[in-house]
Design a protein around this ligand. Structure first.
Ligand code: NAD
Length: 376
């Protein structure tokens, strides 16, 4: 069975789904592997690296898609690229299925079996396949570096002959995978860190990284479900959050926001009044700018200044660390594929909870039912 690794076509996407060491793993499992020429270049892997690992190199996308019956990708293909996938074949990729209905319908019309890596369950057995966690860790790390570069101040406390420099104050809102990595990175750079999450169970994790956990009074509600993810809240809840976080935001030199609810637009947790109260030169990195943003006024993929405060709205931070992001993706995606492999053949067990949770199209049907929520 031939596995295909196409070049990613979204602008500024530097990652590749499988690096050369992953090719060796797939060959050992009994597959053949074809890689589109240049697929690994932006992540610093050449065609020769792939050839040495045992892959065939395809000159272009159509040659690749013509020969491959299982496609491994980082990001969802465009509708045009989806047309190149052979009828009846399989794709494994991040697909953002809540917001990509036309793509799922295109897959179904071509009888493509599609697995969305966004839907890998957060269970112990699925941990090696958990692409979202691997990428969120990189995002949290890279967000702090981007913010530090935009901040016109030092991070650490310094006692010099020319005087004492006080450490930067960093506030992290949303202490999931990305938020915890942001806290750890800011602490390593010497900042004093505070963090807040609506899930009270993360308090201990925040404190174990040396940050203070902020507790606020909000209308009582269920904050997380069985999956461990946060649940969407009422507008009254978000209003109470904004009111009580305003002082913490005002005293921070840098804020990193990561608050997300799967399948929904990100809640607005910082409004323009809160930005107005921040010191000139402060920075906010909105890590969920591509999901609508936690911050009023953030512009996706832009760095803008509002009231003297820099708002960083870059999406896809993992693409800025393409070597290690691709290495982690390779581990995640091969683990996912090998869970469905016997003797070089893809034989999914549809009773397996990881397989059934991620299968979004099959046999001409779209299986992923959730409608996207309206942007706020
Ligand atoms: P995520 O990216 O969906 O959300 C990021 C954070 O934003 C979460 O911590 C969430 O609670 C928080 N958030 C949402 N709305 C908020 C609001 N209004 N105010 C403040 N914070 C808000 O989540 P994630 O980081 O991918 O994962 C969340 C959790 O899932 C983890 O902390 C963990 O408990 C669980 N998880 C489990 C596994 C596993 O068992 N294999 C793996 C990864 C994550």
């Amino acid at each position: 069975m031939m596995i295909g690794i196409p070049r990613e076509r979204v602008p500024n996407e530097n990652r590749v789904a499988i690096i050369p060491t992953g090719v060796s793993t797939l060959l050992e499992a009994g597959y053949e592997v074809i890689v589109e020429s240049g697929a690994g270049l932006a992540a610093h892997f050449t065609d020769d690296d792939y050839r040495h690992a045992g892959a065939i190199i395809a000159d272009d996308a159509s040659a690749l898609y013509r020969q491959a019956s299982v496609i491994l990708k980082v990001l969802a293909p465009s509708l045009e690229e989806a047309e190149l996938i052979q009828e009846g074949s399989t794709i494994i990729s991040l697909l953002n299925p809540w917001f990509n209905k036309p793509l799922l319908e295109r897959f179904a019309s071509r009888k493509v079996q599609a697995f969305a890596l966004d839907l890998v369950p957060r269970t112990t057995r699925a941990q090696p396949m958990d692409v979202l966690s691997a990428m969120a860790g990189i995002s949290g790390y890279r967000a702090v570096l981007s913010g530090a570069m935009a901040l016109p101040r030092y991070f650490p406390m310094l006692m010099t002959a020319a005087g004492t420099i006080h450490p930067a104050r960093v506030l992290v809102i949303g202490a999931g995978v990305a938020g915890l990595m942001a806290i750890a990175t800011a602490r390593r750079l010497g900042a004093v860190v505070e963090a807040y999450d609506l899930r009270p169970e993360v308090k201990e994790q925040v404190q174990s990284l040396g940050a203070d956990f902020i507790e606020i009074q909000v209308p009582s509600s269920e904050t997380s479900g069985d999956s461990g993810y946060a649940k969407a809240q009422s507008e009254a809840f978000y209003t109470a959050q904004r009111q009580q976080l305003a002082d913490c935001v005002a005293r921070a030199d840098m804020v990193v926001t990561t608050a997300a609810v799967p399948g929904k637009q990100a809640p607005k947790l910082i409004n323009s009044d809160m930005i107005h109260r921040m010191k000139s030169g402060s920075v906010i990195v909105d890590l969920v700018a591509d999901k609508g943003g936690n911050v009023e006024g953030t512009v996706l993929n832009k760095k803008i200044v509002v009231d003297g405060v820099t708002l960083v709205g870059h999406a896809n931070h993992p693409s800025r660390v393409p070597v290690h992001a691709s290495q982690l993706l390779t581990r995640n995606i091969t683990a996912f594929l090998l869970n469905m492999t016997k003797a070089g053949q893809l034989v999914p067990n549809f009773d397996d909870d990881i397989v059934s949770a991620t299968l979004v199209t099959q046999g001409g049907q779209v299986l992923h039912g959730a409608e996207p929520s309206a942007p706020k």
